[in-house]
Design a protein around this ligand. Sequence first.
Ligand SMILES: Cc1ncc(COP(=O)(O)O)c(C=O)c1O
Length: 266
Amino acid sequence: MHLASVNGKISTPETAVIPVCDEGLLRGDGAFEVISIHNGKPFALEDHYARLQRTSDGLKLPFDLESLRNEVTAILRRIEPRNMLLRLVVTRGGNRIAITESVPPTPAKLRVTAITHTPSELLDGLKTLSYAGNMLAVRIAHERGFDEALFVTVSGEILEGPTWSFFWGKDGVLYTPSLAEHPILRSITRERIMDMVDVTESACTLCELASADEAFLASTTREVIPIVCVDEINFPQAPGPLTKEAQSALNAHIQRELAALESVSA
Ligand SMILES: Cc1ncc(COP(=O)(O)O)c(C=O)c1O
């Protein structure tokens, strides 16, 4: 059974309520995070709190982080020890929401299509509730017969997916778009991968991607998933060696961090 907390009141997600006049709902004015829960334990929770705080600072949206922390602790105490997601939302209407969710199934390899996107400079780096464009991009990808969308600029420079970061490998070197030079999210999974394996930040156009050997996406909910193609650019060896290396390094890192959590709480 899943749970929801609204300002500390715990119920089932179906019965949890916020006022319909909340501008988080009416205008997408709010911040959110999605945390992965492994066997009942959260991974990288502090990183998610930090990004939630950065987003809310960027939106000039005050919220009570200490109360949210207590509410998350209360939810974590009540959940079953299995894998799931925890979504945190803070809204302009002053509501703090925490909801547990099932991990959506994802194919072992993904087919991706490029979609031109011009992210709002105002919201650069912020994980706000204004994700309708991101969700629309996935729907368009499905209509085209692909699994996922890859955002590219009007000049064809690769950015990221609607809910994931992009990596590609060429001649034994792993690359990802540069955070300093591109309007992409500071992905926690991207940072963890960069801490563990050699990654070069670089720009890449779709034309340049055609000579890459492999590619993968990375995110909290999906970790590392090999990409089989970006439109007509195929990566027949998916998963390639750099993808496999990132996959196993991330997996080992998650297990180590969760084990350390357990030894602190034991
Ligand atoms: C636009 C975007 N890029 C990248 C990511 C991956 O970020 P993380 O690794 O922190 O989940 C997300 C996650 O939702 C996202 O929304």
